[in-house]
Ligand binder design. Structure first.
Ligand SMILES: [Zn+2]
Length: 267
């Protein structure tokens, strides 16, 4: 089976779906990752990294390391630019994802759908996890490409899943990690009720791989980030990593009684 994950930045793949990607790769499925940008507007959170480093190069290398940790193939970069956030927002960069025409972005995804013919796709939820404009842009493009793929391949994807976080877990996370981008968000808007889950995956056996993938994004999870080990309760963190949850973004054909425990259930 083929599984395609579509995200905006290096590290997006690891937090919401790293265990899932590792699990299917370990089962022998062909797991691919498309990353729209090289995350060049991120903040360096590790003081041991030279602040003048070429961040695009570094984050590309970090994503390659993360993919190795997850056991999946080399990532595919679409070559757009990270739009940044807050004071780093790239309003004037025409290649920043926020400034790219949505139809262009959809069209950039379609050749990969034609080539891989994934049965299942994964991307962000409609709120882009915590509202990052690039997450929202790639989510819309991936959703549009899921539907328009029928015109570029005789075997278009059967299911599109969105990474999703349940209300309770979001509230717990907001409390446990007050510096996280999730903190301060309206949980009623950015999270979903557990009843909305189409898939709940136990990825406990792949927590170590997921953790290694998260750590591979060294520039993003350093001591100055909200994921600094000192801030977290290790057991709670591992339990958090061991469960990945998804809503359904689209389906061709039927869908079993949700939530399924396997993204390919019934295919
Ligand atoms: Zn991101």
């Amino acid at each position: 089976m083929q599984l395609l994950a579509v995200y905006a930045h290096p590290d997006d793949e690891a937090f919401g779906s790293g265990g899932t990607l590792a699990r299917y790769a370990a089962a022998g499925d062909d797991v691919r990752l498309i990353c729209a940008t090289r995350g060049e507007s991120g903040k360096i959170t590790d003081p041991d990294i030279d602040p003048d480093v070429d961040l695009a190069e570094l984050r590309e290398a970090e994503l390659r390391d993360a993919c190795r940790a997850l056991g999946i193939g080399e990532p595919i970069f679409l070559g757009y630019h990270d739009s940044g956030r807050n004071e780093r927002t790239r309003h004037d960069d025409p290649k920043a994802l926020m400034n790219v025409d949505e139809f262009e972005l959809e069209a950039a995804l379609r050749p990969w759908l034609a080539e891989f013919e994934p049965q299942v796709m994964i991307t962000f939820d409609p709120h882009g996890a915590y509202g990052h404009i690039d997450h929202i842009r790639i989510q819309r493009a991936a959703t549009a490409a899921f539907w328009s793929a029928g015109s570029v391949t005789p075997r278009p994807p059967r299911r599109l899943y969105y990474t999703a976080i349940g209300l309770e877990r979001m509230r717990e996370m907001q409390e446990a990690r007050p510096r996280s981008p999730m903190a301060g968000l309206d949980a009623g808007l950015y999270a979903v009720s557990e009843a909305s889950f189409a898939a709940v995956l136990d990825v406990a056996p792949w927590v170590d791989a997921k953790e290694r993938a998260i750590r591979a994004h060294r520039s993003q999870v350093g001591p100055r980030s909200s994921f600094a080990p000192a801030e977290r309760d290790e057991a709670a963190w591992r339990a958090y990593l061991a469960r990945e949850t998804f809503t359904l973004g689209g389906a061709r054909g039927g869908f079993p009684e949700p939530p399924v425990a396997d993204l390919f259930d019934g295919l």
